[in-house]
Design a protein around this ligand. Structure first.
Ligand code: NAP
Ligand code: HSE
Length: 439
């Protein structure tokens, strides 16, 4: 076998925070890793504050606050963007592309919102934009979807893709604790950010789902088409009822073809919401900050990717895996012919079903006055809207109110929500305490 050309590839790193430090540590310590890492040279590192103390020694002449100079530096072949946020990350990625540089990013927020603009620019410039670290942290899922799994006709992808919410839900389940006190604890321990909205409101998971679905189903996704609901409304009571019924509650990101019988993509379901997951399901055992993505395809069947969804080392592992994929292509394809296994060629937008047309099972918890005929009235109302019930149980009592827990069979979302609107108007109903979907 021929030796790989010993070309040195200059890398410009934008950001030296959690992921930037992890990436620099791998690049500066290549021994025992893939030999291509030894050919990657950390040339410039862009930060906001030159005088900040850092857990890594970077030569002073390497560090700069002039990020524009990095993305336009003719000596740099690949730019790694690990700044976070939308701007200046988006503009710097576009400028790097305009200067003919390949880009590696961990920034799902930018890719989910500006993927169209970024990939169109990259295709025109003949460069790659790589994003393994943007979804699932250290879990290899992007490249498998582009390559090995690309053999398959993907039918569904179901993931736990947000570590913060998985940590909160796992602790709520174990300790019967409330969301807000466990969130405060997660913030104190550094698992959740000071502003936890992107995580707990399901927005981070929606960004990641848009990226995964685009790769799995070969079309672009408008982020606005991804339905997202967070975990703020999940209570300790729901956790306990779920457990009694044989479920755990997880924030799931679900992408699914509407019809398994259609070989060519017609319509997708794209949704993020807290979900009752049967104890026997492989995702039910994914706890704490871990992530997992279950992919179902034909002819492969099911395959599940599991691992650390965040953190310096795991995320940097994904970043550097993209760097070596680009390096391999630069070394073996000096002609610049695009590698179809790395580039993103799809241009059409996927058609996404409105949430009203989606079919799922529901879990409903109601607080109702304990009067004769309430259960009958509820059953009648659901029946009138074509909602079939799997179980209806009257449980705890609070003063003269009863707690009623209902699980439906699979039903069209619009039918269930219309029935629920009617139920809200019943004089016996004090409040609708929870509505969750069931896998
Ligand atoms: P971070 O710790 O906040 O680090 C951000 C870095 O970017 C810092 O070094 C900061 O400089 C620099 N920076 C930010 N804005 C800048 C600006 N306008 N000009 C110059 N420098 C700027 O962020 P992170 O956790 O590493 O995350 C980076 C990206 O990776 C994000 O897109 C995130 O979503 C993604 N990601 C993170 C993880 C994770 O586990 N952390 C996992 C997966 C994906 P200073 O150091 O000088 O302040
Ligand atoms: N905030 C994200 C999470 C970090 O909790 O999973 C990784 O993208």
């Amino acid at each position: 076998m021929q030796e790989l050309a010993t070309l040195s590839i200059n890398v410009g790193l934008l950001g030296l925070g959690t992921v930037g430090v992890g990436t620099a540590q791998i690049l500066l310590d290549p021994v025992g890793r893939h030999p291509l890492i030894g050919q990657l040279r950390l040339a410039r590192v862009g930060v906001r504050d030159l005088h900040k103390s850092r857990p890594i020694d970077i030569p002073a002449d390497c560090l700069t606050t002039n990020l524009e100079a990095i993305v336009s530096d003719p000596q740099i072949s690949v730019v790694v963007e690990v700044l976070g946020g939308l701007e200046p990350a988006r503009s710097l990625i576009l400028k790097a592309i305009a200067h003919g540089k390949h880009v590696v990013t961990a920034n799902k927020a930018v890719v989910a919102r500006y993927g169209d603009e970024i990939f169109t620019a990259a295709n025109q410039a003949g460069v790659y934009v790589m994003l393994e670290a943007a979804v699932g942290g250290g879990i290899p899922i992007v490249q498998p979807l582009k390559q090995a799994l690309g053999v398959n006709r993907i039918q569904a992808l179901t993931g736990i893709v947000n570590g913060t919410t998985n940590y909160i839900l796992t602790r709520m389940q174990r300790e019967a604790g409330d969301f807000s006190s466990i969130l405060a604890d997660a913030q104190r321990l550094g698992y959740a950010e000071a502003d936890p909205a992107a995580d707990v409101d399901g927005l981070d998971a929606a960004d990641k789902l848009a990226i995964l679905a685009s790769l799995a189903f070969g079309g672009r996704i408008k982020l606005a088409d991804v339905y997202s609901e967070g975990i703020r409304q999940v209570t300790a009571a729901d956790m306990a009822y779920a457990q009694r019924l044989g479920f755990v509650i997880k924030l799931l990101a679900i992408a699914r073809r509407r019809s398994d019988t259609q070989p060519v993509l017609e319509e997708l379901e794209l949704r993020v919401h807290p979900t009752l997951v049967p104890n026997s399901h492989p995702l039910a055992a994914v706890n704490d900050v871990y992530n997992a993505i279950l992919v179902e395809g034909e002819p492969l069947g099911q395959v599940m990717f599991f691992g650390p969804g965040a953190g310096a080392g795991p995320t940097a592992s994904a970043v550097v895996s993209d760097l070596i994929a680009v390096a391999a292509t630069l070394i073996t394809e000096p002609s610049g012919a695009p590698n179809p296994l790395l580039s993103c060629s799809h241009q059409h937008y996927c058609k996404v079903s409105p949430m009203a047309d989606i079919y799922s099972r529901f879990y409903l918890r109601l607080i109702a006055k304990d009067r004769p005929g309430v259960i009958g009235k509820l059953g009648m109302c659901f029946g009138n809207h074509g909602v079939s019930l799997e179980s209806i149980v009257q449980t705890g009592m609070e003063e003269d109110c009863a707690e009623i827990v209902i699980v439906s069979h699979e039903v069209r979302e619009a039918n269930f929500q219309t029935a629920l609107d009617d139920i809200r108007s019943f004089t016996e109903i004090q409040r609708v305490a929870s509505v969750l979907r069931v896998l």
